[in-house]
Design a protein around this ligand. Structure first.
Ligand code: HMG
Ligand code: MG
Length: 298
C-alpha cells in the first residue's frame, strides 16, 4: 500500500545551493526559504555549519539564521559535522541538526577528511552534546547504493554505518544516493536489510539524486515499502562538491506532481513552488532541471 501523507524534507537551500559555483546573495537565500515556506513546505534544511573553506557557498550560515524569521511550526534543520559546527549552530539558536556519515572509506576521506571508523569519533560527542541541549538529530548516510571511486557498496557496510548513527541517538536516518545511481530493487533490499538490523521504516527517510533519472521510481518504491519522509530539492537543484558525478536532487515539483496524482497529502501548493523555482532559476542564470517546472512554466 501507499501512505495517506508524506513529509517532504526540502533540501534546496542546503544541498542545492552548496553545489552552485556562484555564491548566492544572503537576501536571495532568505527570499528563497521564505517562498518555500509560503508554498507549504514545513521542513526546510536551511544551511550548513561546516568548515567555511570547504563549502564557501554556505559560509554565511550564522548571518542567514539571524536574518530569517520563520513561523515557529516550521522545522529548519542544518548540517553539522562536528563539535565546532555544533557550537556555531547552538549559538545561532538551532533546534534541529543533521550529521552526515559516509558509507565508504573514500568518501569519508574526501567529504570529512576522516575514515569510515574515525567519523564516529567526530559524531559521538557532537550527538551527545546536541541531545543534552535538547536538539533533534537526523543522520545521513551517503553513498548507500554506489560510490564513484569504489563502485558497488556492500549492503552490510551501509547498514552498519546507519545502525551506528541510530545507536548514537539519531531519530531519523536519511539514506543518501549521493550520485544518483540507485534502482528500485536496491532500494527494497536496503530498506529490508535495515529492518532486519532493527531499524524500521518509521525511522527511515530517502534521499535520491536524479543523475540517471531513477529518483521518482526509487521514491515510489520506498513509499510502497512504508517510508513516509522524502528528501527533495526545489527545482532539482543540488549535488555534492566532494562527490564526483553528483547531480541535482529529486525535484520537489516532480515529487509533488506524483504525490498529488496519487492523492497523497503533502500540504504543498505546486503553483507557488514552481513560481519559486522559476524565480530561483533566473537568479542562478540557468533553467531548472525539473521536468515539472519545465512543463508548467515552459
Ligand atoms: P578538517 O580540516 O579535518 O577540520 O575538516 P579539523 O577538525 O582538522 O579543524 C581544522 C580547522 O577547521 C580548525 O581551525 C577548526 O576549528 C576548523 P583552527 O584551529 O585550525 O583555526 N573547523 C571548523 N570551522 C568552522 N566550522 C566547522 C569546523 N570544523 C573545523 N564545522 C570537516 C573536517 C568535517 C570540518 C570538513 O571536512 C568539512 O567541513 N566537511 C564538510 C563537507 C560538506 O559540507 N559536504 C557537503 C555536505 S554532505 C552531502 O551533501 C551529502 C548529503 O546531501 C546526503 C547525500 O546526498 O548522500 C547530506
Ligand atoms: Mg545530497
Amino acid at each position: 500500500g501507499l501512505p495517506d501523507q508524506v513529509t517532504i524534507y526540502e533540501v534546496g537551500p542546503r544541498d542545492g545551493l552548496q553545489n552552485e559555483s556562484a555564491i548566492v546573495d544572503l537576501a536571495v537565500k532568505v527570499e528563497f526559504i521564505n517562498r518555500l515556506v509560503d508554498a507549504g513546505l514545513t521542513t526546510v534544511e536551511t544551511t550548513s555549519f561546516v568548515h567555511p573553506k570547504w563549502v564557501p557557498q554556505l559560509a554565511d550560515a550564522a548571518e542567514l539564521l539571524a536574518t530569517l524569521e520563520l513561523p515557529s511550526a516550521v522545522r529548519a534543520p542544518v548540517l553539522v559535522p562536528n563539535e565546532r559546527g555544533l557550537d556555531r549552530a547552538l549559538e545561532a539558536g538551532v533546534r534541529e541538526i543533521a550529521i552526515f556519515a559516509s558509507a565508504t572509506e573514500t568518501f569519508a576521506a574526501k567529504n570529512l577528511n576522516s575514515t569510515l571508523d574515525d567519523q564516529f569519533a567526530m559524531f559521538a560527542p557532537t550527538v551527545e552534546r546536541a541531545l543534552a541541549a535538547g536538539l533533534t538529530i537526523r543522520g545521513y548516510v551517503s553513498m548507500c547504493y554506489g560510490d564513484p571511486w569504489e563502485g558497488d557498496v556492500p549492503i552490510d557496510q551501509v547498514v552498519k554505518v546507519g545502525a551506528r548513527l541510530v545507536d548514537l541517538g539519531c531519530r531519523e536516518l536519511s539514506l543518501g544516493d549521493t550520485i544518483g545511481v540507485a534502482t528500485p530493487g536496491q532500494v527494497i533490499s536496503l530498506i529490508e536489510a535495515f529492518g532486519k538490523a532493527g531499524v524500521g521504516v518509521d525511522k527511515l527517510a530517502v534521499h535520491f539524486h536524479d543523475t540517471y533519472g531513477q529518483a521518482l521510481a526509487n521514491t515510489l518504491t520506498a513509499l510502497r515499502e512504508g517510508v513516509t519522509t522524502v528528501d527533495s530539492s526545489a527545482g532539482g537543484l543540488g549535488g555534492c562538491p566532494y562527490a564526483e558525478s553528483a547531480t541535482g536532487n529529486l525535484a520537489t515539483e516532480d515529487l509533488v506532481w506524483q504525490l498529488d496524482g496519487l492523492g497523497i497529502e503533502t500540504g504543498v501548493n505546486l503553483e507557488k513552488l514552481v513560481a519559486t523555482s522559476v524565480w530561483m532559476a533566473d537568479k542562478l542564470g540557468k533553467p531548472s532541471a525539473s521536468r515539472v517546472v519545465q512543463a508548467l512554466a515552459g
